[in-house]
Ligand binder design. Sequence first.
Ligand code: KIV
Ligand code: ZN
Length: 524
Amino acid sequence: MTINHPSFGQMADDRIIIFDTTLRDGEQSPGFSMNLAEKLRMAEALAELGVDVIEAGFPIASPGDFDSVRLIAEKVKGPVICGLARSARGDILRAAEALGPAERKRIHTFLSTSPLHMKFKLRMEPEAVLQAVADSVSLARQHTDDVEWSAEDGSRTDPDFLCRCVEAAIRAGATTINIPDTVGYALPSDLSRIFGMLRERVPGADTVIFSAHNHNDLGLAVANTLAAVAAGVRQIECTINGIGERAGNAALEEIVMAIRTRPDAAPCKPRVVTQNILKTSKLLSAITGFDVQPNKAIVGRNAFAHESGIHQDGVLKNAATYEIMTPESVGWSRSSLVMGKHSGRAAFRDKLRALGYGEIGDNQLNDAFRRFKDLADRKKVVYDDDIVALVDDEVVRTHDRIRFVSLDVHAGSKSPPTAEMELEVDGEIIGASATGDGPVDATFKAIHAIFPHESTLRLFSVGAVTEGTDAQARVTVRLEEDGKLVDGQGAHTDTIVASARAYVHALNKLLVKRARTEPEALTA
Ligand code: KIV
Ligand code: ZN
């Protein structure tokens, strides 16, 4: 029997729904929090990537989470917009309110079902859990036809009890049933068994979509997801770059390309525009300050680099000798040399379009163009990666309260390093100067003088966007305040300016984080 889904209509057998939770499970993990503008930018990129569902956040978690889900529901067209809710009435009503403006909306409600979680976390008896499943799904259904129910810690749940919970959720009106491997404990064979059992034993199982949500604690998230797809699952929950609680979630880019590359193992077709994968991955790195490791599958710098002479020779003769997919199919371009200081605004706009920034607004274009000219003056050749770093930097900072204006640093061996700094704070330009143990220290002290704060610097790291001595530096700064960690990032040919921008970015994130309180019993 084909499923008639409220948001996706008649589901063909080979249809698979890509449910992206970068902005919820991903954003929830330490160091990955994003502000409102960053979340909106990321949601727009996910829509361009062609994901089917965007889990935009957890509206009850904080006013900031509520606002971002609402803004995404209002502005982002195409994918179904989803909000997470525990079983509590308040959570579900808050999610429904945040999702109000969405064209298509989903409420995702969850409750733990494993003996361990029911006893120690929820302190609820199994019968009470069953009742809460039915009540929460019924309430969610009063607000939308598209309701997902998740059995938190589902992979460690007693099989009979799991069947009863899933049956209760389906009877109450759930249209998607998600069985998370919350703690990343399952093996592929467990996933095959669990989904096989549910599809066979639960009345009504053929009327809903089953979904997999796998964590990567044993490095098995993608393998487990593929096993689940082979067992009949037609929704995959995943995140860009695999970010998420602890070791993360199944990486979208890996699972999508595994399905594309091995249709024999997974007979279904994700609708993702795979050529946008790299761009989306880089945007997330720019926003969060975390680059993926060089050997990361699909999006790592070395993913398509052939070092050995034998491999290079083979690839030149026929790329298929050592490449199981083309770099272009996920957005890598073979030639990345771009423009120089004589390139005009029109060429710059064309380049941005080619890099996938078609919708950039005029103000952002002007600011980015100004910074491009500045960069082209300092650097002989400007590569695609330089432009991506520069534009992402511009786009994600439009709503920041504190903005970098200027920096003048005097350093060397003769006199103490001095930094003269100007920042715009809530629209007002403020200047300060400071001396320090080195030019970076002096710069950070000047920022502190303009915007006093109690946070501690926990990490300062410098990398290069491209190669060569004139490459842009990409600096990451990690700040800690009251146990909360944030990472900021900045890119510039001058390492000290990049450091200042990274510090200011981290401060802006801290301001967002200050306004946030985590709800109780919020896990994975
Ligand atoms: O890992 C998990 O169990 C979750 C649920 C809230 C779906 O993220
Ligand atoms: Zn999770």
